[in-house]
Write a protein that binds this ligand. Structure first.
Ligand code: G
Ligand code: G
Ligand code: MN
Ligand code: NA
Length: 249
């Protein structure tokens, strides 16, 4: 696989960078943080989507050093921001590798970032296999003081037992539901149900992929507590985060 070959040298050649997408609390319309999203600028192909290269990196294990770079870089960036959080995606493969808790500890310390300002986004695929070990790691991460979110909720298995086994701080409702609120009563019912579940459990619920004013009104009405999506901002380079904070504050 040509892409796999190129991926092996990408970290050394500084071909990765992060972009940051605003996350907004609905009650106060206040910016609370940014999700860090990985970008690969391939020397000849241009930007390659993480949807394309992350599965390859997960298969060959490169996601471990790449994920370490993402975490350290995101924490270092966030340390220069005023009091807002940075959310970092963790691959299930990173849970199976050794030393995740040590890595998070050292990334925070090196950056001088308070743990409360780091949020880790975990998909339920991370919880599927070996769930006892994974739950143990999640508890250790939580004990550091970082927050933990359940990402892409509603697609995949969406087992409610995950919500019982581990006290997530946030459920992120997959954007496929938000995108179909206008035409699908099923999506409305699902978003409403996840939001009320969150409310009862004391867990924040973020609606992902909010692009329009109508969708914003809809997810507010459904009871979601936070939003993320193009309506409030597309992912922006680190250099523009300061301006985005000024605009949204
Ligand atoms: O940014 P974009 O929508 O193109 O991301 C596509 C997918 O890649 C999403 O599922 C997103 O969670 C994932 N992704 C983006 N950045 C990272 C990262 O740093 N680590 C991991 N594991 N996944 C990421
Ligand atoms: O799986 P995860 O939620 O981490 O993926 C986030 C991805 O969703 C990013 O790649 C980001 O570019 C994309 N995204 C964020 N907001 C929107 C939006 O409003 N509309 C669409 N279509 N994609 C979005
Ligand atoms: Mn995410
Ligand atoms: Na998501």
């Amino acid at each position: 696989h040509a892409l796999e070959h190129d991926l092996r040298g990408a970290l050394e050649s500084n071909q990765f960078h992060l972009v940051f997408q605003p996350q907004v609390r609905l009650a106060s319309s206040e910016l609370t943080g940014f999700e860090a999203l990985l970008r690969w600028k391939h020397p000849s192909r241009g930007l390659v989507s993480p949807a394309e290269f992350i599965p390859i990196a997960e298969e060959n294990g490169l996601i471990v050093p790449i994920g370490e770079w993402v975490l350290r870089t995101a924490c270092a960036s966030a340390a220069s921001w005023p009091d807002v959080t940075v959310a970092v995606n963790l691959s299930p493969v990173q849970f199976r590798s050794r030393g995740l808790v040590t890595l998070v500890t050292s990334a925070l310390a090196e950056a001088g970032l308070p743990p409360q300002r780091l949020e880790l986004e975990v998909t339920e695929t991370a919880l599927l296999d070996d769930s006892e070990a994974t739950i143990g790691i999640l508890h250790q991460l939580r004990a550091l003081g970082v927050r933990v979110s359940l990402d892409d909720f509603g697609v995949g298995y969406s087992s409610l037992s995950y919500l019982r086994k581990f006290p997530f701080d946030r459920i992120k409702i997959d954007r496929s539901f938000v995108g179909t609120l206008g035409e699908s009563p099923e999506s409305v019912a699902i978003v409403r149900t996840i939001a009320s579940l969150g409310s009862v459990l004391g867990v924040e619920t973020t609606a992902e992929g909010v692009e329009t004013e109508a969708q914003l009104a809809f997810v507010r009405e459904c009871g979601c507590t936070a939003v993320q999506g193009y309506y409030f901002g597309k992912p922006c380079p680190a250099a523009d985060v300061g301006r985005t904070i000024e605009t949204l504050k």
